[in-house]
Write a protein that binds this ligand. Sequence first.
Ligand SMILES: Cc1cc2nc3c(=O)[nH]c(=O)nc-3n(C[C@H](O)[C@H](O)[C@H](O)COP(=O)(O)OP(=O)(O)OC[C@H]3O[C@@H](n4cnc5c(N)ncnc54)[C@H](O)[C@@H]3O)c2cc1C
Length: 380
Amino acid sequence: MDFRPSEEHIAFQQTVREFARSEIAPHVEKWDEGGRLPVEIVRAMGDLGLFGLPFPEEWGGSGGDFLSMCLAIEEIGRVDQSIGITLSAGVGLGASPIYRFGTDEQRGRWLPDLLAGRALAAFGLTEPDAGSDARATRTRAVPDGEGWVLNGAKAFITNSGTPITSCVTVTAKTAEGEISSFIVPAGTPGLNVQPPLRKLGWHASDTHDIVLEDCRVPADSLLGPEGSGLKSFLSILDDGRIAISALAIGCAQACLDHSLAYAKERSAFGGPIGRFQAVAFSLADLAVALENARNLTYKAAWCKDKGRPFREAAAMAKLYSTETAVSATRTATQVFGGAGFMEESPVARFYRDAKILEIGEGTSEIQRLVIARGLGLPVG
Ligand SMILES: Cc1cc2nc3c(=O)[nH]c(=O)nc-3n(C[C@H](O)[C@H](O)[C@H](O)COP(=O)(O)OP(=O)(O)OC[C@H]3O[C@@H](n4cnc5c(N)ncnc54)[C@H](O)[C@@H]3O)c2cc1C
């Protein structure tokens, strides 16, 4: 089995790395402090082809594979986790449901702008009373004349309130025990996007609650067959977990990079702190975990690209990589000592940004549930 990135993958990764260094790195602190998504970086990533990566050229994509997508997210996330999640969610949660479950008419209407980075779509699955338990969805869609009327609420929706958000896909009950999905164009009366949420991290990522109040959409807003919405949206999360895993690798790699540099430059007791085994071994352990995380992630992406089953592989990658990222931020902050607790230190931002990786697109507990079920255990 060979799931190493090819020479083309590595050249592409280098291009994204350069882009992140020149276009993102100089602004990270300002964007984090500003607490708003800078949409100009979305357009710039679009110009580089990042939003169209895993989609066919027919719809404006670049016809790349999922591994390329992971490499791009890893490199962007290594510099800025907020921009990394904007890309990951824009592709995986925004454009993918429309590409995978939409009609050609829906694809033609929404995808060209989304894949070019001229627009963002959001994914409304989570509700105030339905997170891990997505079956508990309460939002309802009632047929009305030629269309549907939606009522309900969605919680913590990424990319839902940017100036370039073009639509939000949402799940809603269409009958008892039946959940469907819909594309709701931005600006539809009754699609009430709430003020930006104040978060522990991911400050430059756009997150809002949404209230749907007598929100009327036409019949052709139904995304996929009636009743297929929950299954479709959960399968979108299988892909998304590999992408979050790549984002976590970017975070852990950044922690290792910054810590290595600091361990060589910071002196205590007459020499660099990197000569203390306590420091050196913590970074050695981080390097091992990072290697494992990367292998799990690339393998999951490889399985997806080869059309093999990958649900458990994605869950394992997400579980391991995100826990590695959180632990990496603790290690890095410790290596930096007091300086690591200061806002101007790069590792302080990664420390704040990492925790959500263990929660979004399925918590660590839900990944363990998926893995245990894959082992044939009857866990509920
Ligand atoms: C910044 C941010 C961005 C987000 N973006 C989006 C988005 O774009 N679209 C979207 O739809 N959602 C989004 N989410 C929501 C996110 O996916 C959910 O927060 C996550 O799935 C967990 O759901 P919950 O918050 O309702 O927690 P809950 O489901 O209430 O879980 C609470 C705790 O109980 C545990 N738990 C629950 N069920 C089980 C079980 N069966 N076994 C063991 N433990 C269990 C959980 O693991 C967790 O520890 C976002 C969240 C955040 C914070």
